[in-house]
Ligand binder design. Structure first.
Ligand SMILES: Cc1cc2nc3c(=O)[nH]c(=O)nc-3n(C[C@H](O)[C@H](O)[C@H](O)COP(=O)(O)OP(=O)(O)OC[C@H]3O[C@@H](n4cnc5c(N)ncnc54)[C@H](O)[C@@H]3O)c2cc1C
Length: 470
């Protein structure tokens, strides 16, 4: 246990008002959103600036105290949850929530780690600019958490992952030293890219305190297209067809099976099937244009009318206005939540090379049905990024526990297929606690050894988020 003198010294850094102690209402800091992980902590510290973070880590290093950095705690891999020992102190970045600068000439924004993603999007939009990182959790997740998980979302196809949106970082290292890497450079060939080590590190190498982020011109128009088609093979053909014609204007391409759409229609009130006829598969694509308010619609119409003529799709509807566009995206964003009333579900956030998506689905479905004939694969994801949420819901009306008992064998087989298809066991949600053991079995010995060497170099005492990632 951490002794009371040490706890008092930690509290003194941020003050009593910014320290939550065991016995007070710590509950919301101790759970992963799906309640898959719950931990204990003697205290939650809420520093207000980099200096306080530095003093916390300095003391942590002197006393060998484990620290768990926490952002908006929307991460789904248990990375921000302390373990059950009550020996790990949570450092919440929520008070470091200032946008320090927006530079419309340089197309950059400087934000502290605790700024909620949506606030960055809104601030950019006020200057006619776009911060393209877009997740269903954007109202709660923080930029520090996005950076630490290298979050993906729906904008990756055109703008890349969070990693591609970060120009510079300020990070407090495990010994309390502050690294100021707040550069605005697009080109910087001066050796190792240090910022990249902290992006996706899940708080295991230090605490991200401030970031310089890229902004883009706000599109003048965006059109969403909901298209029905028979198979993932058709979706791949449509993807390449649309990409060839729209290029960078193709800013979204989601693949959706009928099952998750049915879950939304059944479990979320007021939702309607966008198309009159039933299709086995759907694509939700988005076309953006910086040229005019009509351009996205005209381009989308041209592409999808030709796709219809060529029988690449069975039917399609184009968004008519912003509200309609949001409605179509809402259907996609509600798919995770709409699974809950359907009972237990075993989830896999995986990626394979884009052209192997149809082959993956073709092989994965029989694997599931051989293990549980009535299981319901609930497949949707960012096809343009090669990323699927290959989720499996329990048989309708079946026994929850009986199905969950199959989770290990189902996941083992799915991940084996992912590895055989040169894919990744975690496309966007990270490793955290959830996939820590799996990581060691799916990466090569050389890769794991390199990761361990980096961890050892930065954090030889293993005080930063122990038990996560490695
Ligand atoms: C409804 C829903 C939809 C989602 N959709 C997506 C999606 O489309 N794509 C996607 O990628 N993810 C998605 N997520 C997962 C989650 O929102 C992202 O991983 C997000 O980036 C986490 O940010 P956070 O601030 O909540 O971080 P947290 O959950 O608080 O932390 C995540 C990890 O980062 C570390 N960390 C947090 N802040 C810092 C910091 N300042 N310095 C160092 N380490 C830190 C934590 O220790 C932890 O390991 C979704 C989650 C939900 C609930």
């Amino acid at each position: 246990m951490i002794d009371s003198a040490t706890l008092n010294s930690f509290e003194a850094i941020v003050g009593a008002r910014n320290t939550l102690k065991a016995g007070t209402d710590l509950d919301r800091y101790l759970h992963e959103p799906r309640n898959n992980y719950t931990g204990q902590t003697p205290m939650v510290l809420k520093p207000v600036d980099t200096d306080e973070v530095s003093r916390i880590l300095c003391l942590a290093s002197e006393t060998a105290t484990a620290i768990v950095p926490q952002g908006g705690h929307t991460g789904l891999a248990g990375g921000a949850v302390p373990n059950e020992s009550s020996n790990q102190i949570v450092v919440s970045l929520e008070r470091m929530n200032a946008i320090r600068e927006i530079d419309p000439d340089g197309n950059t924004i400087i934000a502290e780690a605790g700024v909620v993603l949506q606030s960055i999007q809104d601030e950019a939009a006020r200057h006619d600019l776009l911060f393209p990182l877009s997740l269903a959790s954007q109202g709660s997740c923080q930029i520090g958490g996005n950076i630490s998980t290298n979050a993906g979302g729906t904008g990756v196809l055109a703008y890349g992952n969070t990693r591609d949106l970060v120009l510079g970082l300020e990070v407090v290292l495990p010994n309390g030293e502050i690294w100021n890497g707040l550069r605005k450079l697009k080109k910087d060939n001066t050796g190792y890219s240090l910022k990249d080590l902290f992006i996706g590190a899940e708080g295991t190498l230090g605490i991200v305190t401030v970031a310089v982020l890229k902004l883009f011109p706000l599109p003048k128009s965006r059109t969403a297209v909901w298209a029905g088609l028979p198979s993932p093979d058709d979706a791949l053909a449509l993807f390449n067809f649309a990409l060839a014609r729209a290029g960078n204007s193709l800013t979204g391409f989601e693949l959706i099976h009928r099952t998750p759409l049915e879950f939304v229609l059944r479990n979320v009130s007021g939702r309607r099937d966008p198309l009159a006829q039933r299709h086995e598969w759907y694509v939700l694509a988005e076309i953006s244009s910086g040229r005019s308010e009509e351009d996205a619609n005209m381009l989308a119409e041209a592409i999808f009318a030709e796709a219809l003529n060529r029988k690449l799709i069975g039917d399609a509807v184009l968004s008519q206005n912003e509200a309609h566009r949001n409605q179509l995206w809402q259907l996609r964003e509600e798919m995770s939540l709409a699974q809950r009333p359907e009972g237990a579900s075993i989830k896999h956030d995986i990626s394979v090379p884009v052209h192997r998506i149809p082959g993956f689905i073709e092989k994965a479905n029989p694997i599931i049905h051989a293990i549980c004939a009535e299981a319901r694969p609930c497949i949707f994801g960012h096809m343009g990024d090669g990323n699927l949420h290959f989720n499996v819901s329990q048989p309708a009306g079946g026994d929850r526990e009986e199905f969950l008992a199959l989770g290990e064998i189902i996941s083992k087989n799915i991940y084996a297929l992912v590895v055989a298809m040169s894919g990744s066991i975690s496309a966007e949600h990270g490793i955290g606690q959830l996939k820590r053991t799996l990581l060691a079995t799916t990466k090569s010995k050389t890769e794991i050894a390199m990761m361990r060497a980096i961890k050892q170099a930065f954090d030889p005492q293993n005080i930063m988020n122990p038990g996560k990632l490695l």
